[in-house]
Design a protein around this ligand. Structure first.
Ligand SMILES: [Zn+2]
Length: 573
């Protein structure tokens, strides 16, 4: 079974460039110890792969290829293979001189502030209706396998994300494709995606027909209903499928509300309806199917080392095993800190894992926390999972709510202003007066508040149990898991205070002052408790995709000092 993960130190935009420094032998050893047998590294074809027909591309390829070979070499002693992740034929900037020289390869333009790149992307596609592009794509894949013989598999995304082919962002209801060549040939997104994948396969076959090509179904629903039968029917029979375990369904929350399940999630078990449909069709065709998930943490709370919903991880692996999957890619470009989560997930997938949840959890508790009362450890984990049943799951909440950084956000009296809250996963400027209404998604403000209150309360109950079980114990796992559970508990307490405060700030009046002070005092207590937690564990507060600390001891101390000064001389509640 292919178990693919990645180092938390890896950099999505500079993956091959930094790979020699990131994937040290020590990192490989840690990944193997956490149960993985492969790492994924993003490869941009135009940067990494040389092509004598286009000497202007791949100028630094010798060094980048050497880095990839180094990763394969360093992983070998630990059984950790190199898996390439790519989106080919990845386009170039619209103003790249390449297009003046090769207008016969130029396709549709696309411009968007994508967010994870360092600069907004204004890209032009390589047009798959152009024969030189199809040859370029096959060359790219063949040369890559020839130059890096240690590549164990290629995983590829073919829709959305960046601009690669003309239809990368041109799904249903978008009108005629803005590419004269594709328009004239009557191309569609579905046949272009199949063409990209088959051409990649042909290029790989020139060098190593046995190396798997794994097609990720991310956002394919944008151009055809699930499970995209016309794409699957057109694919080379050896192309494998990577399907999102937690995207494409509706779930009912504990209050009876139906919400779209459309993002990575640890609070949801899965797999979704979409996953089952594509898995069934792919298996009918004899294609191996892999699962895409994030076993460390997700956007539900990303500035923590791991989100230990251990019973949910067990339940995911039960369904995973029943579906006879070939492997998984266990992270995206965050949520990839090796931790109890990763060890538990890989353990639960093992052949000798007990068939009942209670036994499996108990055995894990005994193995990870020798000397602890396993019953209490398991009760704490169950409480953590129950707490996250109340998480107000929706895309707007995941991407806009202040869960990741509420602890560092100032708490001040006064009304909101007109600006809206900024993106949760990047190092955007923060302002406590920003209006969070855009994060509510399908919920009302009151529904958000009641869910966050319950989430916070149940987590604190679990944390109290966990602290009891850990009392008197020491060691790395005890230290790390206490740190993660406390980080989450304090973040949720601060999030709860944020939404309590929202109801005062959206309609600010002087009469709110006593209620404000009561919230501010609780927030001060949370911040004071948080300082030693964050001082003791630099894994906490950092957003791996955003490449920055959203919560840090410095930010916490500044907030504490401001709260202390503000509360001085105010009447106690
Ligand atoms: Zn085109």
């Amino acid at each position: 079974m292919l178990r693919v993960f990645r180092s938390p130190k890896a950099h999505f935009e500079h993956d091959a460039e930094f790979a020699d420094r990131v994937y040290t032998p020590e990192t490989m050893r840690e990944l193997a110890a956490a149960g993985f047998n492969a790492v994924w590294i993003r490869v941009k074809g135009f940067e990494v792969v040389p092509n004598p027909k286009y000497p202007e591309l791949g100028k630094d390829s010798a060094r980048l290829l050497r880095n990839l070979n180094l990763v394969a070499e360093r992983g070998a002693p630990y059984g950790v293979k190199l898996v390439v992740y790519c989106q080919e034929p990845l386009g170039l900037n619209q103003d790249d001189p390449f297009w003046e020289k090769h207008p016969e390869m130029a396709g549709a333009e696309w411009g968007y502030n994508y967010g994870s790149a360092e600069h907004p992307e204004y890209m032009r596609a390589f047009c798959m209706s152009s024969e030189p592009v199809r040859e370029y794509l096959a060359d790219t894949m063949g040369t890559l396998l020839r130059e890096v013989p240690g590549i164990a598999a290629v995983i590829t995304i073919t829709f959305s994300e960046f601009q690669a082919h003309c239809f990368s962002h041109h799904g249903r209801g978008r009108g005629p494709i803005p590419c004269a060549r594709c328009l004239e040939q009557g191309r569609t997104a579905a046949d272009t995606v199949a063409d990209v994948l088959n051409t990649m396969r042909q290029g790989m076959d020139r060098v190593n027909p046995a190396t798997p090509l794994i097609a990720w179904n991310w956002s394919w629903v944008g151009f055809e209903d699930d499970p995209q039968p016309s794409v699957l029917a057109a694919l080379d029979p050896r192309i494998e499928i990577l399907a999102d375990f937690e995207r494409g369904d509706v779930k009912v929350d504990p209050f009876g509300k139906q919400v779209d399940q459309n993002e990575y999630s640890l609070s949801y078990i899965g797999p979704t309806r979409r996953f089952r449909l594509i898995r069934d069709l792919a298996h009918e065709q004899g294609r191996p199917v892999h699962a895409k998930l994030q076993v460390g943490t997700t956007h539900e709370i990303a500035t923590v080392s791991n989100l230990p919903l251990i019973p949910n991880l067990y339940r995911k692996t039960r369904n995973f095993r029943e579906l006879q999957l070939a492997g998984f890619m266990g992270c995206w470009n965050f949520g990839n800190e090796p931790s109890l989560n990763t060890r538990a997930f890989n353990r639960f997938l093992g052949e000798d894992c007990p068939a009942t949840e209670a036994t499996a959890l108990r055995e894990l508790a005994l193995a990870e926390f020798p000397g602890a009362d396993a019953t209490t450890v398991v009760a704490a984990w169950q409480a953590f999972s129950q707490a996250f049943d109340y998480y107000p799951f929706s895309i707007p909440f995941l991407y806009m709510a202040p869960t990741n950084y509420a602890l560092a956000l100032p708490v001040r009296p006064g009304p909101l202003h007109a600006d809206r809250i900024k993106r949760s996963w990047l190092m955007d400027p923060r302002d406590d007066r920003d209006d969070p209404a855009c994060c509510f998604g399908p919920y009302t403000a009151e529904e958000i508040r009641e869910r966050v209150e319950r989430l916070c309360e149940l987590w604190q109950e679990g944390l109290a149990l966990f602290e009891t079980a850990m009392a008197g114990l020491s060691g790395r796992t005890v230290r790390e898991e206490l740190s993660a559970a406390r980080t989450i508990g304090l973040s949720l307490r601060s999030l709860r205070n944020y939404f309590r405060l929202y109801f005062l700030k959206r309609d600010w009046r002087d009469e709110h002052q006593p209620a404000f002070l009561s919230i501010a005092r609780d927030e001060l207590a949370a911040v004071e408790a948080a300082i030693p937690v964050y001082e003791g564990d630099p894994r906490q507060g950092f957003h791996i995709e955003g490449h920055g600390y959203m919560v840090s001891p410095e930010l916490l101390r500044a907030k504490r000092d401001e709260l202390v000064a503000m509360l001085a001389g105010t009447p106690a509640s």
